[in-house]
Design a protein around this ligand. Structure first.
Ligand code: ADP
Length: 490
């Protein structure tokens, strides 16, 4: 009997890089990970060393390949932290400067200037994004203005620019391929969302050297080949992490939404074949591009999720472990009138108040830590419901939420989400949905499945949480939450 084929997913995250080997039934056969160094040279600045990212990824790839056997590896899929941008020499592959990480705020001044020039409406119409330092475009503009070695390489024609997917693809293929997939390109501020092509006007406005940009390609197909493992292995899938997670959660048709509950929460709602427009400052983005045709999604994020649980543990010291929140929440019939708005760093969609700060309301002499913990967990459902209200206002009405991330190990959280959203919440068996999505794309790109739909056979439900709270109970809780949010906004 010959061994069954495997797909290797490279999941290059913000704090670690991982390589996960999946079989075609979606089972994880092997994996290897390594942490990445975070550099904080100034307040608000976050940098990575692209060489470290590459060497760690390369080492993980070789380790997994050595254990599973390179002959079993049918294809490689890539997924990555989005928006982070790398500047390198297109001949040697050596970085010319630090990689500017998505969290980095150094281009806030450039965004401010462009907003002052009335540019944001055009940005939103063309790219589906907002003028925020988060996206790669103004990071590139900053580098061109501030790093002489980058500007000089642009003039000399030796500069290559790309997001992390692009840099890894370049290194994996020995410098033969300089390309980025449409989901990653969609996060640069430089891509026209409808056509998935570079927008010349945006490029010019941001002072980006056009010749240094990669080609925009599909999220699956013959993206390149690597010879690093001693045999040619095709690289056949690529998507940004949130898009990969959405694919890995099977959100392939309008109505399906995924939410990842980690430190923060990222929600992606599939929106179909046309770019959606948001009147509520949600982001409009590419879900994937296959055979030259893009599918789209609306995206929203919640700044504080698991980090509020960490604060209960490390800041307040009222719990020993994150997992202890589940029993505490169940130990009381309700939050005892306590509401917790964890606006530690402002409120996102649909409020958009960067200056907002957190609040706990309704404290009495009878309040216990169980009430505060329960109110904190309830805040996850309320914040998600707020995002769903924004989605509904933009014409997207989900009928199912698929969840992943560290927090959804908590059954109480999943049930409360179902209750407060009034839709079923599904949790998959394989929580590594990001790597799974990259593997699904690679499997399709390698012809192991005909379609992304067919690749969904790799996804299996662990548990479905059905809504059990009556509509009036939901309305009462929502009204109380909104009163607490009003106080925060006041
Ligand atoms: P990230 O990828 O952002 O680092 P993870 O997906 O690993 O985050 O999730 C970790 C977060 O989930 C932590 O903030 C932690 O507080 C929270 N968490 C982990 N387990 C539980 C649990 N059982 N209940 C509630 N929160 C949890």
């Amino acid at each position: 009997m010959t061994d069954t084929p495997l797909i290797l997913a490279i999941d290059e995250g913000t704090t670690s890089t991982r390589v996960v080997a999946f079989d075609l039934e979606g089972t994880i056969v092997d994996s290897e990970g390594a942490p990445l160094t975070q550099h904080y040279p100034q307040p608000g600045w976050v940098e990575h060393d692209a060489t470290e990212i590459w060497t760690r990824t390369d080492a993980c790839l070789r380790a997994v390949s050595a254990r599973v056997g390179v002959d079993r590896i049918a294809a490689i899929g890539l997924t990555n932290q989005r928006e982070t941008v790398v500047f390198w020499n297109r001949t040697s592959g050596e970085p010319l400067a630090p990689a500017i990480v998505w969290q980095d705020r150094r281009s806030a001044g450039i965004c401010e200037r462009l907003r002052g020039e009335g540019f944001e409406a055009e940005v939103q119409a063309k790219t589906g994004l907002l003028l925020d330092p988060y996206f790669s475009g103004t990071k590139i503009a900053w580098a061109m203005e501030s790093w002489p070695e980058v500007a000089e390489a642009a003039r000399a024609g030796t500069l290559a620019i790309g997001t992390i997917d692009c840099y890894l693809l370049f290194r994996l293929t020995g410098g033969r391929v300089h390309a980025t997939d449409a989901t990653n390109a969609a996060r640069t501020l430089l891509m026209d969302l409808a056509s998935c092509t570079w927008d010349e006007a945006m490029i010019e406005r941001l002072g980006v050297p056009r010749a240094a940009l990669p080609a925009i390609v599909d999220s699956a197909g013959a993206l390149g080949e690597t010879e690093l493992l001693g045999r040619r292995v095709p690289i056949t899938g690529c998507a940004g992490d949130q898009q990969a997670a959405s694919i890995g959660q099977g959100c392939l048709t309008p109505g399906l939404v995924k939410a990842t509950y980690g430190t923060g929460t990222f929600v992606l709602a599939h929106a179909g074949a046309l770019p959606p427009t948001s009147a509520n400052r949600l982001l409009s983005t590419v879900a994937w591009r296959l055979d030259g045709r893009a599918a789209y999604a609306l995206e929203g994020s919640i700044f504080v999720a698991g980090s509020a649980i960490q604060w209960l543990r490390d800041g307040l010291g009222i719990i020993e472990t994150a997992a202890a929140t589940e029993a505490l929440a169940r130990s009381v019939p309700d939050s005892g009138g306590v509401h917790f708005v964890p606006a530690f760093a402002g409120l996102g969609a649909p409020y958009w108040r960067a200056d907002a700060r957190g609040l706990i309301t309704g404290l009495t002499g009878g309040t216990t830590r169980a009430h505060i913990v329960r109110a904190c967990l309830e805040a996850m459902s309320h914040q998600t419901a707020d995002l769903f209200d924004a989605l509904a206002a933009d014409g997207v009405t989900p009928n199912c939420l698929r969840v992943d991330g560290g927090m959804v190990a908590n059954d109480w959280v999943c049930q409360d989400l179902a209750d407060m959203l009034g839709i079923k919440v599904e949790r998959p068996q394989v929580i590594e949905t990001t790597a799974m999505g990259a593997a699904m794309l690679a499997a399709v790109g390698a012809g192991l499945f005909d379609t992304l739909d067919a690749a969904q056979s790799m996804w299996r439900t662990d548990r479905i949480f059905e809504p059990a709270l009556a509509a009036d109970g939901r309305a009462t809780r929502r009204a109380a939450w909104h009163r607490a949010v009003e106080r925060v906004l006041a």
